[in-house]
Each structure stands twice: as structure tokens, then as C-alpha cells.
Design a protein around this ligand. Structure first.
Ligand code: SAM
Length: 368
């Protein structure tokens, strides 16, 4: 069942403070069974490697209950709960990963169009508003944007041109689309003819190195970091590429990228005090990322009116699992229940006083 353990884990995440050892013991005993149930419900076979990983998470969770300094136990448990929760959602959510790291983006666009993936398009006007606010406040004209989970440079293509996502779907997938053939020269010519604006430069971060290479090759990204920053730190050269960033953005990537990636990226860019503007699909929690950004003296706000459609639910099982998790986390699900689409919440982190809309999720730490 999707219920059982997950419901307990989500309730604990929601409370996010005192997770008692009874709940953690329940995680320890039920985690394997529940994740396997969820995988089965989603019609997936869970490979041995993942079962082993889950088993090791169970052991570490038990250790967190039993050992370690008392004052650290709460946060360690929270982190593990979040990680368990992420694994659970990743298991039921639709898997696009086969299309992420191809030489050409056509499979990516085909797979995403099939579920009416729309978040980069819906996010565009919100990003544009925030870019304008940032320019005004910081008195800047040229912006350096870091896109976490940049893929084939979709956000860069949209934000540096007048194109919308339907244009891209049509150009890549239509039989007479300008990008339908796999010819570098034609792709470069197309983006050149769009007159990509130069006052917004992009650096992309994504482990899908072929996608990053494509985006750089077409001139969509000025810099690319083809790395999984969950697994390793930045090199000196990569850190330099992130310096002087103005705004860090992300769509469709929270869940893959966690507080580890955001901490590494922010640390490299911290001297310029960039804003962080992220759309996180329901029901992924942003709490851990916001807490990490607090260490850099940023406050994080959730702006309800900027919530946007991400994509259609892939199956009734996925819909049910996501709605169950949302209910348990107290995320309002009126739109999901009515429209058949899953939505993404918009989070903005900035130095205190720089962004004034939305409600505060995490206040800034007093000193850095
Ligand atoms: C659904 S796509 C979103 C791409 C793009 N932002 C968009 O909205 O069209 C998810 C992207 O996250 C990337 N990704 C997966 N793991 C990641 C990680 N650890 N760090 C950064 N990006 C990651 C994938 O390679 C993929 O390009």
C-alpha cells in the first residue's frame, strides 16, 4: 500500500520538529515493505541495488535513533526522513530518465510532450518578473543565471528569446520543424536566427553531459557543468564558472537535486549574494533546501500565486500516490484534483528585505 509507512513519514516531515523514536522505529521496520509495495503498485520491479540501498537507509535510521549526540538526533532524523520520502516519490513518479542524456533532444521533447510537460513555459513570466525586480533592486542590466538541471537548455532558450515551449515542441518534433533533423548546423542556425538576447547569460548544471554539451554547442549556455553535485564537489574551474551569479533557477529538478547540490552551487556563488528561484513539483519538500540556504543568510518565501502546472499525471496510480502524499503533507490539492495535472510550487530565497511577496517559509539566519 502507498499508505502505511509513507503516511507516517510524511506526517513526521510535516511536523518537521520532534520525530519520536516510535515513528522512526516504524520506518525501520516498514520501509522495505512499503517501498516495495509502492514500486509494485506502480508496476515497477525494484532492482536488488535499490533494495540494498533502502536496507542501508533503514540501518542508518536506526542508528540515528540509538546513537549520536542527543541534540543532533532531531536534524539527522529529519534528513533521513526527507531522503526516505524522496525515494518513495521517485519510485512512483513517471520516469523520464531514458531521454535525459541523449546526443539529440528529440526523445526528451517527445517524452515530455506526451505528458504535456509545461513548467518551463509557465515559469517563464515568473522568472521574467523576478529578473526585472532583481535588475531594479541591484541596479544591473546584464544577468548571469545558473540553471540547476538545465538539460538541453530549455529555460535558456525560452528566457533568451520570444519562443514558447509549444514552438520548441513543434520545431523539434514536427515533420517540417527547423530542428527536426539531427544536423548541428541547422540547430545552430535556428537559435542564431532567434536572436538570443545577450543580456541574460546562462551557466547550466546537469549530470546529463550530452544534454549540457548540446546546449553549449547551440549557444544556449555560456558555461556548462556536466556533474552530479549530489555525488561530488565542484572543481576549482567549475567554481569559477559559477562565481558572480545573479540568480539561480531550477525547474523539474528538485527531487533529483537536493540540498547537497544547492549548497555546493550557492557556496561557489555566495560572494554575489544571488537569489534562488525554484519550481518544485508536488509533493517534493523544499524544506531541506531552504534550511541549507538559511546558512547563507537567505530567507525563503513560498509564493502561492506563482504556483504553476508542471505536467499531466501519467497514470491513476501516480495520481493517487501524489494526492495521498500531498494530503499527508497538508499541501492544498484543489487544482490537482480538478485538472488532471500535477503542479509545482515556487520558492524564492534572497537576502532579507529584497523580496517582499509570498509568505516566509524559513527566515534568514542572524549572521552568516
Ligand atoms: C524533468 S528534467 C527538467 C529539465 C529542465 N529544467 C526543464 O524543465 O525542461 C530533469 C533534469 O534534471 C536532471 N538531473 C537529474 N539528476 C540531477 C542532479 N543530481 N543534479 C542536477 N540535475 C539533475 C536530469 O538530467 C534532467 O535534465
Amino acid at each position: 500500500m502507498v499508505g502505511g509507512f509513507l503516511l507516517r513519514a510524511q506526517r513526521s516531515l510535516k511536523a518537521h520538529a520532534e520525530i519520536n523514536s516510535v515513528a522512526l522505529h516504524a520506518i525501520g521496520t516498514n520501509i522495505e515493505a512499503t517501498l516495495c509495495d509502492m514500486a509494485t503498485a506502480a508496476g515497477k520491479f525494484m532492482p536488488r541495488r535499490d533494495c540494498d540501498q533502502i536496507r542501508s537507509m533503514r540501518l542508518r535510521t536506526r542508528e540515528a535513533v540509538a546513537c549520536g549526540p542527543k541534540e543532533n538526533r532531531g536534524s539527522e532524523k529529519d534528513t533521513m526522513m526527507a531522503s526516505v520520502m524522496r525515494s518513495s516519490v521517485q519510485w512512483v513518479k513517471h520516469d523520464f530518465s531514458g531521454a535525459y542524456n541523449r546526443k539529440w533532444p528529440h526523445a526528451y521533447f517527445r517524452a515530455h510532450l506526451a505528458l504535456d510537460y509545461t513548467i518551463p513555459d509557465r515559469a517563464k513570466p515568473v522568472f521574467e518578473k523576478l529578473f526585472a525586480d532583481y535588475r531594479r533592486l541591484r541596479n544591473k542590466t546584464e544577468l548571469k543565471i545558473v540553471d540547476i538541471g538545465c538539460s538541453y537548455g530549455v529555460n535558456a532558450a525560452l528566457l533568451r528569446s520570444n519562443l514558447d515551449l509549444d514552438d520548441l515542441y513543434a520545431e523539434y518534433l514536427g515533420s517540417s520543424g527547423s530542428l527536426s533533423r539531427r544536423l548541428d548546423i541547422e540547430h545552430r542556425a535556428f537559435f542564431h536566427s532567434c536572436g538570443l538576447r545577450d543580456d541574460i547569460r546562462f551557466v547550466g548544471v546537469d549530470p546529463s553531459f550530452r544534454a549540457v554539451h548540446y546546449a553549449r554547442n547551440q549557444g544556449l549556455l555560456e558555461g556548462g557543468i556536466p556533474a552530479d553535485l549530489e555525488a561530488r564537489d565542484l572543481t576549482v574551474k567549475e567554481r569559477c564558472a559559477l562565481a558572480d551569479a545573479d540568480i539561480i533557477i531550477s525547474t523539474g529538478c528538485v527531487g533529483y537535486a537536493t540540498e547537497r547540490t544547492f549548497a555546493r552551487v550557492y557556496k561557489a556563488a555566495a560572494a554575489s549574494r544571488p537569489w534562488v528561484v525554484v519550481f518544485a513539483m508536488h509533493p517534493f519538500s523544499y524544506h531541506e533546501i531552504a534550511t541549507t540556504l538559511r546558512e547563507f543568510a537567505l530567507e525563503t518565501r513560498l509564493v502561492d500565486r506563482f504556483r504553476q502546472r508542471q505536467r499531466r499525471f501519467s497514470t491513476t496510480t501516480e495520481r493517487q500516490a501524489i494526492l495521498t502524499a500531498m494530503a499527508e503533507l497538508g499541501i492544498e490539492d484543489r487544482l490537482e484534483r480538478t485538472t488532471g495535472y500535477v503542479y509545482a510550487s515556487c520558492y524564492i530565497s534572497a537576502p532579507p528585505g529584497e523580496v517582499l511577496y509570498g509568505r516566509t517559509l524559513i527566515s534568514a539566519a542572524k549572521s552568516q
